[in-house]
Design a protein around this ligand. Structure first.
Ligand code: DAT
Ligand code: MG
Length: 138
């Protein structure tokens, strides 16, 4: 067994579309534990720290703007290999190509929305999970 923690964020599009419950349901159905949860309006400072690795990329500004556009739900999730497991549940970054059965593949509407509106964030490695959880659950 390899118990890990990860940070999941339901992005503003997920909250606005009332998909928070559906996303939590999928996480719980997979057998992961929700250990902390908070709804908040993220400010620029938090998002700049969270997305520091993407600073300077063409999608950085639209991403940070979008993430400030409404409330988000941050969740601390634990489970066996949950970092990889949640990213598998989420599907690939672009909802257009995300596999059916995944959160982004099933629920990510595609009518020309920008890629940043892909419903969820999930940490991608133990180091980023620790760093991000410290930011969102300070
Ligand atoms: P992920 O969220 O799958 O880990 P990422 O860390 O590479 O993806 O990027 C963070 C977010 O930035 C992603 O959820 C959506 C947005 N993004 C990434 N690549 C993009 C691109 N090529 N165009 C527009 N938005 C992008
Ligand atoms: Mg990422």
């Amino acid at each position: 067994e390899q118990t890990e923690e990860t940070l999941v964020i339901v992005k503003p599009d997920g909250v606005a579309r009332n998909l928070t419950g559906e996303i939590l349901r999928r996480i719980e159905a997979k057998g992961y534990q929700l250990v902390d949860i908070r709804m908040l309006q993220a400010d620029r400072e938090l998002l700049a720290a969270h997305y520091a690795e993407h600073e300077g990329k063409p999608f950085y500004e639209p991403l940070v703007e979008f993430m400030q556009s409404g409330p988000v739900v941050a969740i601390r999730v634990t489970g066996n290999r949950v970092i990889e497991g949640f990213r598998s549940l989420a599907g690939t970054t672009d909802p257009t190509s995300a596999a059916p059965g995944t959160i982004r593949g099933d629920l990510g509407r595609d009518w020309g929305l920008p890629v940043q509106q892909n419903l969820v964030h999930g940490s991608d490695a133990p180091e980023s999970a620790a760093r991000e959880l410290a930011l969102w659950f300070a």
